[in-house]
Design a protein around this ligand. Structure first.
Ligand SMILES: Cc1cc2nc3c(=O)[nH]c(=O)nc-3n(C[C@H](O)[C@H](O)[C@H](O)COP(=O)(O)OP(=O)(O)OC[C@H]3O[C@@H](n4cnc5c(N)ncnc54)[C@H](O)[C@@H]3O)c2cc1C
Length: 555
């Protein structure tokens, strides 16, 4: 493939610009792919029909679908870590999909038949709104319109979801949103009506929960391990499919650096693997790369840890850009509030956290004072919360609740509480000493908070009225220390309606596809923790495979 000098310079300038914009220099991926420059054909160490990068949900599903569509095709999944699974196996395994039988049953039994008249178009409108309209409508549409089919496909493979949930009349509605200027200033809180209320709180989830699967070894798996276990078993049925671990991919090979077909990948050890039909990138997000996260969202510090797969460091985002790919929504970083300081793997809504949600606790800084309205992990407030933590310089904080705020947990949860989260205190003096703040300050904070509960009005921080239900007054007091983690990154490679990666000019990159968290234009600002990733990895894992497997092998 000949590249004239002018085009090469133009392309390189664009790539340089994009890489600089999205901070991808922070990815440490080593040497980029080398253009063949129209000379000798590159030498390959191995070849397969389809090469999939990343052994998480999207990679496994792409592998399964390729095998179903063409059982004779040779498929390799290359996984960087010594165990496959990525964020997928750490996840809750819940799946967002509308029109499913359990969702309709749930609507019926709960006396709210709203989902009976649901349409895929309504789902699309909600989903675009929930993503602050950063999602690209034709791509988001594929996700929503195929969600029922993708849910059923997963059920046909063997996964069961045993329940549903939706949020229709949110208790979360802030009682006085205007109280906090910082909340108002939040960069992405773009959907306000003229009272300053966020229009987004009324969005509906289509949320199927409680996944279970019994794997070929007879183990009863739950959550993300269930989904992933099922996909592993189904991929393993194909004798022409291989999942190779400890196989980090460093770069992508394209005929010309930014022109022509993608022809394969190079591993970190230098081994060159040819893809006769296509390469499918399914290497997840970049939440495991603090430098890149910080460059994309400067409010998040560089040493932020991830609550997702540690191998997800954005390597393939840089590699793909170096062959001309376009990235979008890179600033849309998603944070978990409420992880344990003591134990990084314990993040989010972990069950060892024994208090029963924001109505049962206050959160105080190390000074013993409240600093926000105790929301946590509700996406529509995430940017405001990022602003507060950044502006106040807060890296960790304490939750204080009492005996009446306990959730219905097992003795093991209580056991783990002191190991992982904090301390059970008999008095507020003891709680203050654990926090390291003056007892008088903590007592004043709690006294004021209890008054807000009585008045159903939080004059300081505008905590939602629906959450002002529990006074904190009955010992013992449960005090836990929390911090934030990067959970997931909704930005990434721009794909088209074939799940094919497009270049900086908007053209398809021949024989290069992407799926799952690797992509950037499905969800918009928020990936949505209501199970939308499991539906996403299924939708675009399958779609990328269906298109890629039909390609004729390159000469
Ligand atoms: C704590 C937690 C709970 C969640 N709960 C839910 C939930 O209930 N429902 C839901 O829908 N979503 C949930 N999510 C989000 C969801 O888990 C992810 O968005 C989704 O699993 C991403 O799947 P993936 O296949 O795209 O990426 P992953 O599953 O992360 O897989 C990507 C894989 O690629 C590998 N890789 C990376 N770079 C390379 C390279 N250079 N070479 C080779 N391999 C590479 C990684 O090691 C990794 O194994 C949750 C996330 C977290 C962190």
């Amino acid at each position: 493939m000949n590249i004239d000098r002018r085009n090469l310079l133009k392309g390189a300038a664009v790539i340089g610009g994009v890489a600089a914009l999205s901070g991808l220099a922070a990815c440490n991926t080593g040497t980029p792919s080398t253009p063949s420059g129209g000379g000798d054909k590159p030498k390959w160490d191995e070849e397969f029909d389809i090469v999939i990068v990343g052994g998480g949900g999207a990679g496994l599903i792409a592998g399964i679908q390729c095998g179903l569509d063409d059982p004779a095709a040779s498929i390799i999944i290359l996984e960087k870590m010594s165990a496959a699974g990525g964020s997928t196996s750490l996840s809750g395994g819940n799946i967002g999909a509308m029109g499913t039988k359990n969702l309709l049953d749930f609507a019926e039994s709960s006396g709210n038949p709203i989902y009976k008249n649901d349409t895929h178009q309504m789902y699309l409108e909600d989903k675009l709104k929930a993503g602050c309209y950063f999602g690209h409508p034709p791509i988001t549409k594929l996700f929503c319109f195929n969600s029922t089919d993708n849910f059923n496909w997963n059920e046909s493979l063997g996964i069961k979801w045993n329940g549903s949930r939706y949020y229709e009349n949110p208790v979360e509605e802030p009682s006085n949103w205007r109280v906090s200027k910082l909340y108002q200033a939040s960069q992405y809180m773009s959907v306000f009506d003229n009272t300053g209320m966020s229009d987004m709180v009324n969005r509906r989830f289509r949320y199927n929960i409680g996944s279970t699967y019994t794997n070929v070894k007879g183990e009863n798996l739950t959550g993300g391990r269930a989904d992933f276990g099922c996909w592993m078993d189904n991929f393993a049925k194909n004798p022409n499919g291989e999942l190779r671990t400890d196989a980090p991919v460093k770069s992508i090979v394209r005929e010309g650096q930014i022109t022509g077909d993608v022809t394969g990948v190079v591993l970190e050890d230098g081994k060159r693997i040819r893809a006769k039909r296509a390469v499918i990138l399914a290497a997840g997000g970049y939440h495991g790369n603090g430098d890149l996260v910080h460059q994309c969202d400067p409010r998040v510090p560089t040493d932020v840890k991830t609550s997702g797969g540690p191998g997800c460091t954005g390597d393939m985002l840089l590699a793909a850009q170096l062959v001309g790919a376009q990235v979008v929504n890179m600033q849309c970083v998603q944070i978990d509030f409420g992880g344990s300081v003591k134990e990084p793997s314990m993040s989010g809504n972990n069950s060892s956290n024994i208090l029963n949600g924001p109505r049962t606790f206050v959160e105080v800084s190390k000074a013993g004072k409240r600093f926000w309205p105790e929301k946590g992990n509700d996406e529509q407030y995430m940017d405001a919360e990022n602003c507060i933590l950044h502006a106040e310089g807060i890296r960790s904080w304490f939750r204080v609740g009492d005996k009446n705020g306990l959730a219905n947990r097992t003795p093991e949860n209580f056991d783990q509480f002191e190991k992982i989260y904090g301390k059970v205190c008999q008095t507020l003096d003891e709680a203050a000493s654990f926090i390291g703040c003056p007892a008088a300050t903590l007592k004043e904070t709690i006294t004021n908070y209890n008054k807000y509960v009585d008045a159903k009005k939080d004059d300081e921080w505008g905590k939602a009225k629906g959450y002002l239900t529990n006074k904190i007054e009955t010992p013992p007091f449960y005090v836990s220390e929390h911090t934030f983690y990067c959970r997931t990154t909704p930005g990434g490679l721009k794909i088209d309606t074939d799940s094919q990666v497009v270049d900086v000019m908007g053209n398809k990159i021949p024989r290069l596809f992407a799926a799952g968290e690797q992509t950037g234009n499905v969800h918009g600002r928020f990936r949505n923790n209501g199970g939308d990733s499991m539906c996403d990895v299924t939708c675009f894992g399958r779609l990328s495979a269906q298109v890629a497997i039909k390609l004729k092998s390159a000469e």
